[in-house]
Design a protein around this ligand. Structure first.
Ligand SMILES: CC(C)(COP(=O)(O)OP(=O)(O)OC[C@H]1O[C@@H](n2cnc3c(N)ncnc32)[C@H](O)[C@@H]1OP(=O)(O)O)[C@@H](O)C(=O)NCCC(=O)NCCS
Length: 158
């Protein structure tokens, strides 16, 4: 049965000095992880991100790029041993709440069609599929489709 996040685990803003930890966590669950430099550049250029730590270790994060009233979810990840405890849901809820205050009304994302866990998470939060990018993602052999998804934040599920 899923365990609720512990109240001692606080959400904080990501900063550029998290880049190494972000890359390390991304490598654990992403076939094409971002480099340390990509994370550093993203955060230095003003992308908005949230993190949950446990005992000084990065447990989970979400990273967004905002353009006017829309935001793109660039990346989200949870350490494998901490999954299904509600961390990703919590990061997205709190991220959306902060972004809505800034006038953001819609969130967009792209996800590998084989990533059933992420697609289930997004559907649970009210995202719908808007389109498919054929062969967008490289595989060890061949390529796979990317699903384009979005949600209107005011309609995001609780
Ligand atoms: C996708 C990911 C971020 C989900 O993180 P998480 O903290 O485990 O997700 P949560 O516990 O907040 O789950 C919230 C809801 O999403 C759905 N969900 C999440 N993982 C699921 C899974 N493996 N199978 C089915 N549903 C799942 C469920 O509806 C879940 O609610 P429930 O536990 O009450 O049933 C995590 O699996 C991960 O880090 N994967 C590797 C990186 C990745 O794929 N990122 C997305 C790139 S687009």
């Amino acid at each position: 049965m899923p365990v609720s996040p512990r109240s001692t685990e606080q959400i904080r803003r990501l900063v550029a000095s998290d880049a190494v930890s972000l890359h390390e966590l991304d490598r654990l669950g992403n076939p094409s992880p971002w480099s340390v430099a990509q994370y550093r550049q993203s955060l230095e250029s003003g992308d908005f991100g949230l993190a949950i730590d446990a005992e000084s270790q990065l447990l989970a994060y979400a990273l967004f790029n905002r353009v006017l009233d829309e935001v793109t979810l660039l990346n989200i990840g949870v350490r494998p041993e901490a999954r299904r405890r509600g961390y990703a849901r919590r990061l997205l809820h709190e991220g959306f709440a902060a972004l809505q205050v800034e006038g953001v009304t819609r969130c967009l994302l792209e996800v590998r069609e084989s990533n059933t866990a992420a697609i289930a998470l997004y559907r649970a939060l009210g995202f719908r599929i808007d389109g498919v990018r054929r062969g967008y993602y490289p595989l060890a052999q061949g390529r796979e489709d990317g699903l384009l998804m979005s949600v209107t934040l005011a309609q995001s599920a609780p």
